[in-house]
Write a protein that binds this ligand. Structure first.
Ligand SMILES: [Zn+2]
Ligand SMILES: [Zn+2]
Length: 359
């Protein structure tokens, strides 16, 4: 196999060429391209190759494509060093307000060049998101955000770049979703007991995916019937521990989440670490140690809910634990998010961006 670069592409982008003769596997082509100087992330190879070649020369295998070529062909691919990656956001498959395609188009319009959709406990939006991202010329990485409990504190673990059909991950998430529905029914009963009936049914009308009904859907419904002024008011008075609509729930554990993600070939990332108010500084260090011991490899440094001081603080912890760094808006919808897709500061320069772990 021979390969090289074309020159004169836009900032951060390089077009590579690969000349393959005979039977060549997808992974061999990918390896060759990744070995090219500057090729740190690999996108669009499937789309490019399918465009370049008649279908009968391609054979889809479990791991990608196998090429049966009888003579010399040029294979084009596009390695990209992302300049604006956003690895945390939600669609209506969980508690976001926009459909996966709408989120994809918005990310592309905002200049995101490498994107992950990370719906809560559900992989249902990934196929559509990937197709839409490819259409828009944006790199795409499979994502999910798993809710866990560690020492009684609710924590979110983002998974990136995994095989979305892996049985351990798929069945683990199925169980989690079932638990959510049971909890939502009990929340409805608890609110009825204090004189607010019909909230479970009302919240369901806000959940595009009923199996992912969450407190956010309850909050939106309660705002709509005038129980509180806004979503955060509902949380404060009704849906947090000790308040009448809060129902305890057995979440997945840290070993569950990191284990499922790693088994499926993905990278586990601690989501928005500054948001875990129940954890003291010492707890956070113990948690990060546990996370690392289990195979966790990255933490979110720049994200929608982090102040500049949080960025400095968690950057220090990332260096201490030798974690890679992630960046994500946690976008839920135009009116409900701290920041819009891709509209985030860059990572501190010395940190290793998490996309390097996902080829
Ligand atoms: Zn979260
Ligand atoms: Zn999130």
């Amino acid at each position: 196999m021979e390969c090289g670069h074309y020159s004169g592409m836009g900032a951060g982008r390089q077009l590579a060429w690969v000349l393959a003769v005979g039977k060549v596997g997808f992974s061999a082509i990918r390896k060759t391209c990744l070995a090219l100087p500057g090729a740190q992330h690999f996108i669009k190879i499937n789309a490019q190759i399918t465009q370049c070649y008649p279908q009968n020369m391609l054979r889809r295998t479990k791991r990608g494509f196998s090429f049966m070529l009888n003579s010399r062909f040029a294979l084009y691919c596009l390695p990209v060093t992302p300049t604006n990656f956003d690895f945390h956001c939600h669609s209506s498959v969980s508690d976001g307000l926009l459909s996966p395609s709408e989120v994809a188009r918005r990310a592309a319009a905002n200049g995101v060049d490498l994107w992950a959709l990370t719906d809560h406990d559900d992989l249902g939006g990934l196929a559509v998101a990937r197709a839409e991202a490819e259409e828009a010329g944006m790199g795409f990485v499979n994502g999910v955000e798993i809710s866990i409990e560690w020492n009684k504190a609710p924590i979110h673990i983002v998974g990136l770049g995994f095989d979305a059909t892996h049985p351990a991950l798929v069945s683990g998430l199925d169980d989690l979703r079932q638990g959510r529905v049971e909890r939502a029914r009990r929340m409805g009963e608890a609110l009825a007991a204090i004189g607010i009936p019909g909230v479970y049914e009302g919240a369901l009308t806000y959940a595009a995916n009923p199996s992912l009904i969450s407190r956010a859907h309850f909050a939106r419904y309660l705002v709509s019937i005038g129980i509180a002024k806004d979503v955060s008011g509902v949380f404060q008075h009704y849906l947090t521990p000790g308040k009448p609509g809060y129902v305890d729930h057995r979440w997945a554990t840290l070993p569950d989440a990191v284990g499922w993600i790693s088994a499926a070939g993905g990278v586990a990332v601690v989501a928005h670490p500054a948001r875990y108010k129940l954890l003291s500084n010492g707890d956070m260090r113990r948690f990060l140690g546990d996370f690392k011991d289990l195979g966790g490899r990255a933490i979110e440094i720049v994200c929608g809910s982090h102040s500049p001081d949080h960025v400095l603080h968690y950057a220090r912890l990332a260096r201490h634990f030798a974690f890679h760094a992630s960046r994500g808006s946690d976008f839920h919808g135009p009116e409900e998010s701290y920041v819009d897709l891709g509209r985030l500061p860059q990572l501190p320069e010395d940190l290793k961006p998490v996309w390097r772990l996902i080829a």
